[in-house]
Ligand binder design. Structure first.
Ligand SMILES: [Zn+2]
Length: 109
């Protein structure tokens, strides 16, 4: 069992208001939002990075949830980004997906 900050949030050691939660996934707003919508979609299991993700059923579930969140926040026509950082670019050692928007159309990386 890891003591990453997301594991502590999962275990209620750090209080956090979830937007969505089930047995596998939790979703809450990023603490430092870069856009009006900036959500973190996080598997509850401690998977350090995308490189260790082997569970295709979990990935499928996350994909479906990301699509639901895009629709719920009406970002499908406004431009959105789904970002997974890795290596030195990843701030927290527990896999998480950033959903941000709106970005407008044809936003550059
Ligand atoms: Zn963790």
């Amino acid at each position: 069992m890891s003591d990453s900050i997301f594991c502590k949030i999962r275990d209620r050691e750090i209080p956090k208001e979830f937007i969505f939660e089930d047995e596998d996934i939790m979703v809450f707003p990023d603490i430092s939002p870069i856009k009006p919508v900036h959500l973190l979609v996080i598997p509850k299991e401690h998977i350090p990075t995308i490189m260790e993700l082997e569970n295709s059923a979990l990935m499928e579930k996350i994909h479906k949830l990301l699509k639901d969140m895009v629709k719920k926040h009406e970002l499908d026509d406004k431009g959105f980004r789904i970002v997974i950082n890795g290596g030195g670019a990843q701030a927290i050692d527990h896999l998480h997906f950033h959903l941000t928007g709106p970005w407008g159309h044809a936003a550059d990386m």
